[in-house]
Design a protein around this ligand. Structure first.
Ligand code: CDP
Length: 221
C-alpha cells in the first residue's frame, strides 16, 4: 500500500502536483489545507473569529467537518487562508483534524491501495512512514504570480495589477512565517523528503520529475 506525502509552501504547486498524481496512479487525494480553510470559513461566516475562546469554537466546528463539503471556490480566498493559518497553530484543533486525515489515509489505502495527502505536516506528522515524501517550494514572487493567475482577474491598469501582486507577496510571506514558526507541527521538510524548487519548472515537468522518483524506487509494503 502506497502513501504519498506532499508538503510545501503556499502556492508552490503542491496541490496541482497532488491532483495530477492522483489521476495518474488512481489514488484518492486529500488537500488537507481545505480542512483548515473550512474551519476558518465557518468562523468568518458565524462572525465568531474575534471571540476569546477561538480554539474551543474552532474545535467544535472541526469535529463536524465532512470530506464532502470541502469543495468550493469560497474556501479559496486570501482572507480565509490568513485565518486558516492563524488557527492552524491551535494544538487541540490540529489533533482533531489530524485524526480525520489519518482516517482518510487508512480508509483509502484499504480500498484503493494508496492515498495522496498534501499540506504542511504530512511527511512529518500525518504520514511519517510514507513511501514517498516531497517538499515543494518556489520563490515568493513566482508563487504570488501563480496565485494572481488563478484569480483570473482582468485589470484595466497595470498599476492595479502590480498593487494586487504586492499584496499577495506580503500575504504569502506572512503566512510562510506563521506556518514555519509555530510550535505545533511547523512547516519543515521531513528529513527523508525530496525537496523540489518549482520556480523554473512547469507542472508537467514537476509531474515527470516526481513520477520518475516514484517509479524508479522500490517501496516497502
Ligand atoms: O493552498 P495554500 O498552499 O495557499 O494553502 P492551504 O494548503 O490551503 O493551507 C491553508 C493554511 O492551512 C496554511 O497556511 C496552514 O497554516 C494550514 N495548514 C496546516 O497547518 N497544515 C496542513 N496540513 C495544511 C494546511
Amino acid at each position: 500500500m502506497i502513501e504519498i506525502a506532499i508538503d510545501g509552501t503556499a502556492a508552490s504547486g503542491k496541490g496541482t502536483l497532488a491532483k495530477k498524481l492522483a489521476k495518474k496512479y488512481g489514488f484518492p487525494h486529500l488537500d488537507t489545507g481545505l480542512l483548515y480553510r473550512k474551519v476558518a470559513f465557518e468562523l468568518i461566516n458565524q462572525k465568531t473569529f474575534n471571540l476569546p475562546n477561538l480554539e474551543v469554537i474552532s474545535c467544535n466546528i472541526a469535529k463536524k467537518i465532512s470530506f464532502y463539503e470541502l469543495e468550493g471556490i469560497k474556501l479559496r480566498s486570501e482572507k480565509t487562508a490568513k485565518l486558516a493559518s492563524s488557527i492552524a497553530s491551535f494544538p487541540k484543533l490540529r489533533k482533531i483534524l489530524n485524526q480525520k486525515q489519518i482516517e482518510f489515509a487508512n480508509e483509502n489505502k484499504e480500498k484503493f491501495g494508496g492515498c495522496i495527502l498534501d499540506g504542511r505536516d504530512i511527511g512529518t506528522v500525518i504520514l511519517p512512514r510514507a513511501n514517498f515524501k516531497f517538499f515543494i517550494n518556489a520563490s515568493v514572487e513566482v508563487r504570488a504570480k501563480r496565485r494572481l493567475l488563478e484569480k483570473n482577474i482582468s485589470f484595466l491598469h497595470e498599476k492595479d495589477e502590480k498593487c494586487m501582486l504586492q499584496s499577495l507577496i506580503d500575504d504569502i510571506i506572512k503566512r510562510d512565517n506563521l506556518d514555519s514558526n509555530r510550535l505545533a507541527s511547523p512547516l519543515v521538510p521531513a528529513k527523508d523528503a525530496h525537496i523540489i524548487d518549482t520556480s523554473l519548472i512547469n507542472p508537467e515537468k514537476l509531474l515527470s520529475i516526481v513520477s520518475n522518483i516514484i517509479e524508479g524506487s522500490e517501496h516497502s509494503e
